[in-house]
Design a protein around this ligand. Structure first.
Ligand SMILES: [Zn+2]
Length: 352
């Protein structure tokens, strides 16, 4: 396969440049890729007025920068994001990403930038030439969704919880302002929100021919638009950020529902492998959720103490963080994330 790489620079700062992969020009021969290049590049640039285009070139799959992925089960490929908050050092690549190869390919989460989505696409192409039929977004957070447009351009249908689009729309302007500052303009170049094609409001199944994916929306927990994905052939469960391992869980939904979810016994039948939203894969439900369960219970207990003690929010936050300290071991970014969680859980439990 040959792929089109287009040189681009920021319209408002021509010193910041990067090549973008345009998957719709993908071709079996270099000649065909060259033939498609001009109209596709022109079209693409018209939809990205923040960028100016330069030279285009066609390269073989092996010449593309690709994420380093691991086949964790038959036909299931996994990329483990950096276990930290986004920074220039990690270029926003902190979320776990995956794809499942059946007769077609389904991708689970798209990464935190256009560039990461492209590198995920290149990793898929290094394994298979099968069409990418679906991109499933596990929830709204930018580290999971900002690479999505690459897959829309590759012809995939974007599937997400029915509540995701509104939640994203409310936050897009803030993200577009803040994320380039957090990871660097060059790393963020060309990143945009892609619209959802298929909105999930009840459990549903996606057929990939040789395997099936069961999608299940979950009551507001980590966010108000979480969904899980179960691959029937490999019995792998993808939980998105309903499960954090190693990176401190961040609360952007409902603490009590999230606790109910982790307190449950997990899916029946039990999965053979669990892929969390952050951190390493786990072999059993208990291995996957036990540390997070302890953290969320401790957060609820500490918050209740602050609420019943009649503390104001400004005093409650440091008090909750300090009560949580004994549970900090093994969690990256504990203090900052726990302070934010404390504010959220305080406002929720105050009304309990
Ligand atoms: Zn998240």
């Amino acid at each position: 396969m040959f792929h089109l790489l287009l040189a681009t620079c920021l319209a408002n700062d021509p010193s910041i440049c990067a090549e973008r992969l345009l998957p719709s020009a993908e071709s079996p021969s270099v000649e065909e890729c060259h033939r498609k290049a001009e109209p596709i590049a022109r079209d693409w640039l018209a939809r990205h007025p923040d960028l100016r285009g330069g030279a285009a070139r066609c390269v073989e799959t092996a010449g593309l920068p690709a994420l380093n992925m691991q086949e964790v089960a038959d036909g299931v490929f996994f990329y483990q994001g950096a276990m930290e908050q986004i920074s220039p050092g990690n270029r926003g690549r902190i979320a776990n990403l995956a794809f499942v190869v059946g007769d077609t390919v389904a991708v689970i989460d798209a990464g935190g930038t256009r560039a990461e989505g492209e590198a995920l696409y290149a990793a898929i192409r290094s394994v298979t030439d099968k069409p990418v039929s679906h991109l499933i977004l596990t929830h709204m957070h930018p580290d999971h969704i900002l690479g999505a447009e690459v897959f829309a351009e590759a012809g995939a249908s974007i599937v997400a919880d029915a509540r995701l689009s509104d939640a994203v729309a409310r936050r897009t302007d803030a993200w577009m302002m803040s994320i380039p500052d957090q990871i660097g303009q060059a790393a963020f170049m060309g990143s945009r929100i892609a619209p959802v094609d298929q909105k999930v409001d009840a459990p549903m199944t996606i057929s990939l021919g040789s395997t099936e994916l069961r999608l299940e929306p979950v009551k507001s927990a980590h966010t108000d638009n979480d969904l899980t994905v179960f691959d029937s052939e490999s019995e792998t469960l993808f939980t998105g950020d309903l499960i954090f391992r190693g990176l401190t869980p961040s609360l952007d939904g409902s603490l009590s529902n999230w606790i109910d979810w982790v307190d449950g016994t997990g899916p029946d039948p039990a999965p053979s492998l669990i892929v969390p939203g952050h951190g390493p894969v786990a072999a059993t439900w208990d291995e996957a959720v036990a540390p997070e369960r302890q953290y969320l219970h401790a957060l609820r207990d500490a918050t209740r103490k602050a609420v019943t003690g009649g503390m104001a929010l400004s005093r409650a936050i440091p008090a909750i963080v300090s009560m949580m300290k004994p549970y900090s071991e093994g969690w990256a970014d504990f203090n900052a994330t726990t302070a934010r969680n404390a504010a959220t859980s305080f406002s929720q439990l105050e009304w309990e």
